[in-house]
Design a protein around this ligand. Structure first.
Ligand code: PXL
Length: 261
């Protein structure tokens, strides 16, 4: 079985973060492992506390996994601060893994900072160059570039410009624009568009985490990057369509919709 690692934060509510990543890996037929960077106290209504894991324990988790397993792909999510970013970069360089999907997580759906604003430059400088692809949503792409993005054409320009920052492929996710859900991917040579119908639901907690994990899983299973993104978009569209109306805030998407309702 292919083996996939998530490096991310815990969402106690089970909808996003490490929990979403491991559910996605399990749903898509790969063996999931985790390096936990932070623990959030969280439910569908918001985040009430965050505790970051020490740099020593982040590093030890990375080394424990790579010294034993053959890691076929890595997904990176919440990385909290500059120290954790540097520990992850050093660990991944030490183990020379190339199949890295980086979700540049900045704020939770409910508006809490999951990455310290002063750590944004460190994320770009230390982790973008190691990644095969980075997956900013519109807000994250706007923060990275310091300008507004309002159209699909501007998403394409953003993908090209973010590519210049670190040399990783760029998937700009347009889920927050109006109309169809269009994502734009630039691999350094060509622009690709992925389109899915917009689903009218507020239950989208964990969509970004799940998307990048699904790309990692499909990549580990031998798909090329464009095919992996295409299949991951089909998977998250189904998971949103079958999302769960549980909790009092925006509910989670249904990772196992292909197995049970
Ligand atoms: O969606 C980004 C995200 C990543 N990681 C954790 C989260 C969230 C959103 O809530 O809680 C732990």
């Amino acid at each position: 079985m292919k083996q996939v690692l998530t490096i991310a934060g815990s969402d106690s509510g089970g909808g996003a973060g490490i929990q979403a990543d491991l559910k996605t890996f399990s749903a898509l037929g790969v063996y999931g492992m985790s390096v936990i960077t932070a623990v959030t106290a969280q439910n569908t209504e918001g985040v009430t506390a965050i505790e970051n894991i020490s740099l020593e324990v982040v590093t030890k988790q990375i080394d424990a996994i790579f010294s034993d397993f053959k890691v076929d792909a890595v997904k990176i999510g919440m990385v909290s601060n500059i120290g954790i970013i540097k520990a992850i970069a050093a660990g991944l360089k030490r183990w020379a893994i190339k199949e890295i999907i980086l979700d540049p997580v900045m704020v939770s759906q409910s508006g809490s900072y999951l990455l310290k604003p002063e750590a944004r430059v460190a994320l770009i400088n230390n982790l973008f160059p190691l990644a095969l692809v980075v997956t900013p949503n519109l807000y994250e792409a706007e923060v990275i570039l310091g300008r507004e993005i309002n159209t699909v054409e501007e998403m394409k320009e953003a993908a090209r410009d973010i590519y210049q920052l670190g040399g990783a492929g760029v998937l700009v996710k347009g889920g927050h624009l109006n109309g169809e859900a269009v994502d734009v991917f630039y691999d350094g040579a060509e622009i690709y568009e992925f389109t899915a119908p917009r689903i009218d639901t507020r239950n989208t907690h964990g969509t970004g985490c799940t998307y990048s994990s699904a790309i990692a899983a499909y990549l580990a299973r031998g798909n090329d990057l464009v095919t992996a993104i295409k299949k991951a978009k089909v998977y998250i569209t189904g998971a949103i369509k079958n999302s769960l109306d549980i909790g009092h805030g925006p509910g989670p998407i249904h990772h196992f919709y292909r197995i049970w309702k």
